[in-house]
Design a protein around this ligand. Structure first.
Ligand SMILES: Cc1cc2nc3c(=O)[nH]c(=O)nc-3n(C[C@H](O)[C@H](O)[C@H](O)COP(=O)(O)O)c2cc1C
Length: 471
């Protein structure tokens, strides 16, 4: 049985990260990939129905606000990604159970508009919407698309993110649940006192409120968050229901979840209300050989190579002069690398998939480019289910977000081969037992918390205090 705290959620959270061209840079070139309708609502609808067939908890749209040409593979993926609010509005009408989660970059977005959109899509989906808040990856050119002279520094981006989430949360509570009156005779459509201003004054935002939308079905939509810094941990501990987490190993992830749950407890929350979902690039075939074939094909098809600089940084070496055809073990002794470092982990992960350390730098650059920051799992349905079950049962994570290497079959095969295996093992749900996204996560619907109500659960937070939280 799982060893970590549990709510009444008794199942593995299953999620899909939707990228019309697949989550890899080169998967779209696979013989099995379908390019029909990559920017067509038909593919969205079909994929969401496939996910509902697999009793998935949520459908997720990642985002990037950087449209510069710095990363050619990234441009291919991002140009065909729908904005999550737009796509979720559409899927709200053609699906019935799956949760829908859009990503918002707090550095470039507006909290009032975001709260209005979130409330609207939560109404349109009858309580199935959520938002993933990110402060945005450093080093990109996104600021040039939003009229910002330069990107704010890291600390300031997180101060802004803290204020953003406070405004977002308070606006969702700016209408009480009993807003509707509907009294035609008396001329009262809604109770005016049901909506209260929030009068937030911060460094980055001054927002009066109330929201121009009545309280949404979930009261507050679930919040997801991802990031690697202490500022990100503090923000998530205060606001996030689900943390999108890196994956390193069962031990590392158990410690990661425990540490973040402790931070949530220190912020006044229950540890079991904070879930941890890891992403994984999953290549599954009916046989291991078929899965390997898919994996090899996607690696072979990469057009641009991952910069040797990035792989070199992991290995602690300058690889600028290395010949791509050179064997890695002729240059690097994996056993001499720090046992808990990212370089050793990268080499061991790749060796685990291809069977030994007999590979070239070209192979390794391709692997790193397609892998991005997520683990790569290649195998038959039982092997993939073994990896998921081991992490779930040991408390390393509460859920898995599947990054299929391409559409459509790579995801359908996960649903048709791996999900039944997880269901047989009692890890995944066999049917939807809950209605809203909050309920899928095992979270209760929150009451309205107002500053004026003097609630201790969410006390008034001054901008200065927020800076303290984010420090
Ligand atoms: C697992 C994970 C997933 C992420 N997904 C996104 C994303 O979809 N869009 C985005 O703009 N940033 C994404 N990020 C970047 C974070 O938002 C964050 O801005 C970045 O890591 C820098 O902040 P940090 O110093 O706290 O890590 C992700 C980060 C992690 C660790």
């Amino acid at each position: 049985m799982p060893q970590h705290p549990r709510t009444d959620r008794d199942h593995l959270i299953l999620a899909l990260s939707y990228w019309p061209t697949g989550a890899t840079n080169s998967g779209w070139r696979s013989r099995s990939s379908s390019l029909d309708g990559i920017f067509d609502p038909g593919l969205l609808a079909e994929t969401a129905r496939t996910a509902e067939r697999g009793v998935f908890d949520y459908f997720f749209w990642g985002n990037t606000e950087d449209s510069s040409n710095a990363n050619p593979g990234g441009v291919i993926r991002n140009a065909f990604q729908f904005n999550g609010f737009a796509a979720a509005s559409y899927l709200a009408a053609v699906t019935s159970r799956i949760g829908l989660i859009a990503s918002v970059n707090t550095t470039y977005s507006d909290p009032y508009l975001t709260a209005q959109l979130a409330s609207n899509v939560d109404h349109l989906s009858r309580g199935r919407f959520g938002v993933n808040f990110v402060a945005g990856a450093p080093g990109g050119a996104a600021h040039r698309n939003f009229g910002h002279g330069e990107r704010p520094d890291h600390a300031d981006a997180y101060v802004r993110a803290g204020e953003f989430l406070e405004v977002f949360t308070r606006l969702q509570d700016s209408w009480s649940d009993d807003w509707f009156v509907g009294d035609k005779e008396g001329g009262r459509l809604f109770a005016p006192e049901a909506a209260e201003p929030i009068d937030f004054v911060g460094t980055h935002f001054q927002v009066a409120g109330p929201l121009n939308a009545p309280r949404s079905p979930q009261g507050r939509v679930p919040i997801l968050h991802a990031g690697t810094s202490e500022e990100s941990f503090a923000l998530g501990a205060r606001y996030a229901d689900v943390r999108f987490s890196p994956y390193a190993s069962i031990e590392w992830n158990r410690a990661y979840a425990q540490r973040n749950r402790e931070l949530a407890v220190a912020a006044g929350r229950a540890p079991e209300d904070y879930a941890f979902v890891v992403g994984a690039n999953i290549y599954v075939g009916e046989t291991r050989a078929r899965a390997r074939e898919l994996f090899n094909e996607v690696q072979r098809n990469l057009v641009e190579r991952f910069s040797p600089v990035v792989v070199g940084r992991h290995l602690g070496l300058d690889l600028g002069e290395v010949r791509p055809s050179e064997r890695v073990i002729d240059v690097v002794d994996p056993t001499a690398l720090p046992a808990d470092g990212t370089g050793r982990a990268l080499l061991d992960e790749f060796a685990g998939i291809v069977g030994d350390h007999d590979f070239t730098f070209d192979d390794l650059f391709r692997f790193a480019a397609n892998k991005k920051n997520f683990p790569v799992v290649v195998g038959d349905p039982r092997e993939v289910a073994d990896w998921i079950e081991a992490g779930y049962v040991s408390g390393a994570f509460d859920g898995v977000k599947v990054f299929p290497p391409f559409m459509r079959t790579a995801f359908a095969d996960f649903v048709d081969f791996v999900v039944p295996e997880l269901q047989r093992r009692g890890v995944a749900r066999t049917s939807y037992t809950t209605e809203t996204l909050r309920e899928h996560f095992g979270l209760a619907r929150p009451g309205v918390l107002r500053r004026s109500a003097g609630s201790s659960a969410r006390p008034a937070v001054a901008a200065a205090e927020l800076q303290g939280v984010n420090a």
